[in-house]
Design a protein around this ligand. Structure first.
Ligand code: TPP
Ligand code: MG
Length: 786
């Protein structure tokens, strides 16, 4: 066992050393390695079991190797950014090296039996970002333990015995994310073990600029376990001390697994033998004394000394093991490189043949032949070299009409398609459970259908969902006891218990993380952000983590989290926002759904809960008390994302909008009808995806005039909708006059009621704008309105 640990450490170190060389010789672009952190990671791996999850960062290669989740060959494949899932299963070349992930999904997007596997959630680069989903991965264990309905028959948990293992660098603990996650896990009492790899530096910045008292476990003392069982087990251990590391991880594991007591393991006195990354050298900022100290206290060296002094083996045996390990790593590196290069060279060989064929008939054959010859000469080519050469050949032969030129164009097109799959696939789910493939079921009404407040529809819907599906739970600020600030969950905590519907602290980052991690373990969380304006706090994990998850693992992982919030049309700088442009631009990879009322909202929740994709659903803040008819088939009917609805037909102007602005548009349309101007009003319903069937352009064919309306700033969601309709759907062809947008002002709306009127788009402005367009098109029939 000990010798195997040493072997893993040594191989991992060897991989780091060779990895750096690969960057310096230009075979890889960049490298960040786990050298100097090997020993605690083999100790941690000993306590890591099937069903457990890691949520860590770029130093963890040794842990991954020791857990059997990452081979040395895969290490090099990622360094070279091999785009094949088989060669580089973490991300298929989409993430830089040191970003680890296991594949939690089968090829068809369904879950593997994760309780039988050791799992790693997919890393992200933003420091401390991994702490948020860690809370959710740990919370899932608590949920599986507490929710008796799920026991036994799931793919994810054995009685909630799984631990979520976090790792973080000492300097990254300066982030608010870290402190928020620690506090949340302490409150939740979840099985989460955080290891801090402390090497005293964060790139060049020393601990004295990072951490009060330069000691993270010292300042976390207030979180230490008390006699009521609240808080964390806090351990401090030197990173070069093998027996102590093994003992600490065993102790932490036992308490976390059995009693769900979280732990912080502060691993001190670690080093960086090769500095932070390949981007610079640590000699620039570390003193001679520090560099000397690091040499002497290198954890692999100390491990070696300890093995020898304990008499576990002889120097000779160790030397032999090391020689074998060096050969092993070298061979793995070589075959990773050959695997990476072979398919590229094949494509290039084909391209060269095509170009040479063209050269044989072209007037500029000489130049084209030279292009092919130069391309063949590149010893370490990338596909871009081939694409650029082919484009040049096509430029040189421009205007010539040969079959070989057409064949080259066709080959180039095939390459573009293949590379789309390589580089642009899996932004959304490809599986059978993709939300856009959902079956449409319309709401049904009968004579008995009652007219109620919108909020009552939400409440009745959530009741149905909680009853039907034990994997669903809802949480957020004020969601538990009072059932959210607008009573969507009123009475449901009493009915379903605190496991299913519960309050959280005011901590938007970890609300998202909690949902994200739980969704990665087969649960169906509905995480609430109280108001759309506060989504800014939650944006980082949504954008960097949730929205990129399927993409960055090329379909290897998913987290079908539903984020619930409410926005638009209230008053004040922080209670009326509609920053849809910001959301649209940062959350590609998620569904952005903007239902105009609660009936549509419930339909969207239903669709998303049946799907395997993440969504942000924005309810209308001013819609909870508006009257709607309660559908009879609540919990059955669906609203399909990407399918606009025509709310009113007309022949004069098309108004395209969503959410609360639908009501503004309806009001304006009524006024305009009295002036004999007939608007066609379209609710796009979902911004992402946007009108997948290109139906909106059909309206433009009829009206030849279009307005994009919302209450975002200028150039926000209105610009997005305009681009989709005018460019993607070729809507510009059908316009008789300039397209318009009507948006809010660029400043946030003032609190005063009049401030709101004068800051946001409203029905009066819309009437004016429509009349302006009517006048522009036909001044005789429609004289200037104002
Ligand atoms: C949010 C964010 N800010 C800055 C960076 C750039 N960055 C990458 S690593 C790093 C230092 C991290 O130091 P530490 O947490 O101690 O980990 P170590 O590399 O020392 O193991 C910084 C500043 C980043 N990735 N993310
Ligand atoms: Mg550090």
């Amino acid at each position: 066992m000990v010798m195997n640990d040493y072997k893993v450490c040594f191989e991992s170190r060897q991989a780091s050393l060779l990895g750096r060389k690969e960057v310096l010789t230009g075979k890889a672009k960049f490298g960040i390695f786990g050298d100097g952190k090997e020993l605690p990671q083999v100790a941690m791996a000993k306590a890591f079991r099937e069903g457990d999850f890691r949520s860590g960062y770029y130093r963890d290669q040794t842990f991954m190797m020791a857990s059997g989740l990452h081979t040395v060959q895969e290490f090099f494949a990622q360094l070279y950014a091999n785009t094949s899932v088989e060669a580089e299963p973490a991300s298929a070349g989409r993430m830089m090296n040191g970003h680890f992930a296991t594949r939690t999904l089968n090829e068809d997007g369904t879950w593997k039996e994760l309780k039988k596997l050791k799992n790693s959630s997919a890393d992200i680069s933003p420091t401390a970002g991994q702490m948020l989903r860690l809370v959710g991965l740990a919370h899932a264990s608590k949920y599986y333990r507490d929710n008796r309905e799920l026991i036994g028959e799931n793919l994810f948990s054995e009685n909630g015995n799984e631990i979520a293992w976090g790792t973080i660098g000492n300097a990254s603990t300066s982030e608010g994310h870290f402190f928020e996650a620690i506090n949340a896990a302490g409150v939740l009492k979840v099985p989460m073990i955080i290891s801090v790899w402390d090497d005293e530096y964060g790139i060049s910045v020393h601990a004295k600029y990072q951490t009060t008292k330069q000691n993270i476990s010292e300042i976390l003392k207030g979180f230490e376990l008390n006699d009521k069982g609240e808080g964390f087990n806090i351990y401090r251990v030197n990173g070069w001390d093998y027996p102590e590391l093994v003992r600490v991880y065993e102790a932490a594991e036992k308490e976390a697994r059995e009693k769900h007591i979280p732990a912080i393991v502060h691993v001190k006195e670690l080093t960086q033998p090769q500095g932070h990354s390949t981007s610079g050298s640590h000699e620039r900022y570390k003193s001679k004394e520090r560099l000397q100290w690091e040499l002497e206290n290198d954890c692999v060296l100390k491990f070696r000394q300890w093995i020898l002094s304990s008499g576990l083996t002889t120097e000779q045996e160790l030397n032999r093991l090391e020689e074998d390990a060096k050969i092993f790593v070298n061979v793995a590196k070589k075959s990773a490189w050959e695997n990476y290069l072979a398919p590229i060279k094949n494509d290039i060989a084909e391209a060269c043949v095509m170009m040479e064929q063209l050269a044989s008939v072209s007037a500029n054959g000489e130049n084209i032949r030279k292009l092919a010859a130069d391309l063949r000469k590149i010893t370490e080519p990338v596909r871009k070299d081939m694409m650029v050469a082919m484009d040049k050949a096509l430029r040189i032969s421009y205007g010539e009409n040969h079959i070989y030129r057409n064949e080259l164009i066709e080959f180039r097109q095939q390459q573009i398609e293949t590379n789309k799959e390589r580089y642009s696939s899996y932004l959304y789910s490809n599986s059978a459970a993709s939300a856009i493939k959902a079956t449409e079921v319309n709401p049904e009404y009968s004579e008995e259908s009652k007219t109620v407040d919108g909020r009552e529809i939400m409440q009745a819907f959530f009741d149905k969902v909680l009853e039907k599906d034990p994997r669903v739970f809802a949480f957020g600020e004020d969601v538990g006891k009072i059932g959210d600030v607008n009573q969507g969950f009123a009475g449901l905590q009493e009915k379903y218990g605190e496991t299913r519907v519960f309050d959280t602290g005011i901590r938007e980052l970890t609300i998202i993380g909690q949902g994200l991690g739980a969704a990665m373990r087969g649960l169906r969380p509905i995480a609430e952000i109280q108001y759309l304006d506060y989504l800014l706090y939650a944006l980082q994990p949504l954008s960097d983590d949730l929205a990129t998850l399927q993409y960055r693992t090329k379909g290897g992982q998913k987290a079908p989290l539903i984020v619930r919030t409410r926005g638009h049309r209230l008053e004040g700088i922080w209670h009326s926002g509609s920053p849809m442009g910001m959301i649209l631009n940062s959350l590609r990879g998620m569904y952005i759904l903007t239902p105009r009322n609660m009936t549509q909202a419930a339909g969207f929740y239903n669709t998303m809960l049946k799907s395997d994709e993440p969504a942000l659903i924005i309810e209308c803040l001013n819609g909870y008390r508006l009257k709607e008819k309660m559908p009879d088939n609540l919990g059955e009917y669906t609203v399909i994302p990407g399918k606009p609805e025509v709310l009113r037909t007309g022949t004069d102007v098309t108004i395209i909008t969503y959410g609360s602005s639908c009501r503004i548009a309806e009001e304006a349309a009524l006024h305009l009808a009295e002036m004999n101007v007939h608007c066609e009003l379209i609710d796009v319903q979902s911004l992402l995806p946007f009108d997948t069937g290109h139906s909106i352009v059909e309206s433009l064919k009829k009206t030849n005039k279009v307005i994009f309306l919302d209450e975002d700033v200028q150039g926000g969601a209105s610009a997005f909708m305009m681009q989709q309709v005018l460019e993607i759907q070729n809507g510009y062809k059908w316009l008789d006059c300039a397209p318009r947008t009507l948006t809010a002002k660029d400043h946030r709306p003032a609190y005063a009621t009049d401030g709101d009127y004068f800051s946001k788009s409203n029905a009066e402005q819309l009437v004016e704008l429509v009349m302006d367009m009517m006048h522009e098109q036909n001044p005789l029939q429609f004289p200037r309105f104002i």
